[in-house]
Write a protein that binds this ligand. Sequence first.
Ligand code: ZN
Length: 452
Amino acid sequence: MPDLNELLAQVDETFDDLISLHRDLVRIPSVNTGVMPTGNETEAADYASQWLAQDGIEAEVIESAPGRGNLIANLPGASGQNKLLLMSHLDVVPVEDESKWNYAPFGAEIEGGRIYGRGTYDCKGLLACQMMAMRLLKRNGIDLSDNLVLASGADEESGGRYGFGWLAEHHPEKIKAPYAVNEGGGTHINIAGTTTYLLGVGEKGRLEVKLTVRGSSAHASTPWLGDNASYKVAEVLKRVESYQAERDTTSPIFNYLSTLAIEDVATPENVDQIIEDVRHRNPQLSSTLRALSRMTITPTMMSGGIKSNSVPEVCHITCDVRTLPHQDDAYARRELEEILQGMEGVDMDIYYMAVPNSSGYETDFAQRIKEATRRSLERDDLNWIPSISTGFTDSRFLRPLGTTTYGFNGSHPDDDPILARMHGTDESIGIKSLMSGTKIMLALAYDLLSVK
Ligand SMILES: [Zn+2]
């Protein structure tokens, strides 16, 4: 049986297959608008399952609703138990303004070592890497101790109700495994002459807070006879803007600042100064530290009034709230109540959109990801830090099943993450990252599962 070095060499040899797989996936426009009918993930899932079937890999496409296909493939191991889950998603966000694109959004054009198109990076790049890794394990007849599962879900971009959320509820046995890798990490920061990878260990939570602000109506020609709700809105917004969120340095990233050439030990007292100092050297890192050291409350939508000559009686404000992993909805509610203290006629409804979640960082699985990366890139000088993502991914459906889930896409250290323009115009992925991602997924699966 070939050893890992031979397998990794085969990734270079099958380079063309990987590129054409990735481009074919991108050319299937599985756009998710969030409003049914949408997604069309079944077409992408069918393509992927047929591609895997060429090597005799068992794959099934399970629809949660018509057109909303989820792909699950399985390489069985001796125990019959799932051990490693390779995760991704099949849907992509819409193209906002095609006229701004320099490339056909679903053309998968290649230029300057990059492939351009919606979904190239998010998330068909990771899917292609995982599929190719699975193919090479199967092709080489590698004996596995336990099952390797590949699952690519529908609807990630719109909350996962038709994807991993649905799978976790209806088919948990198919996706449940001790370990999983998904998007939501694996980019790197170049700072002070070193390369540091971010391993995604958790995600902030998201709540939507709807504030109803009430006054009383009157004719606009005699406004003193009413109580104009819009002035209360102004007061609410002023209070939210000046809200000083509690500073918090318990996120694991703050234990690893020295890796990023930050010598101070972060505390709630000095964290703002650290963030300000870092801003000049690395604005992206500064922004990450800011997001990971507090809850944020951001007013995003407003409406009010029903007629241009009436004093508005009711106005509505919607706020986007992002909580740290240990901050529950009771915490968010307490903070908001404090902000609104003493204001009459303001009601609050809180809706949980995504529960904050995290996996531990000091685990054997994290070590194995680091080792797989070291082997694949042939680099002994890589640093690592645990990161909490400010957005959320499907990982939040796996962590409650007991799965240690890390965000790690295996992008290449020469590939600048800023160029990916995830969700933006001219989204792209570096071909080097497709190669490195495939090698890392392969090395990780081989290390965890092969019978030695
Ligand atoms: Zn994604």
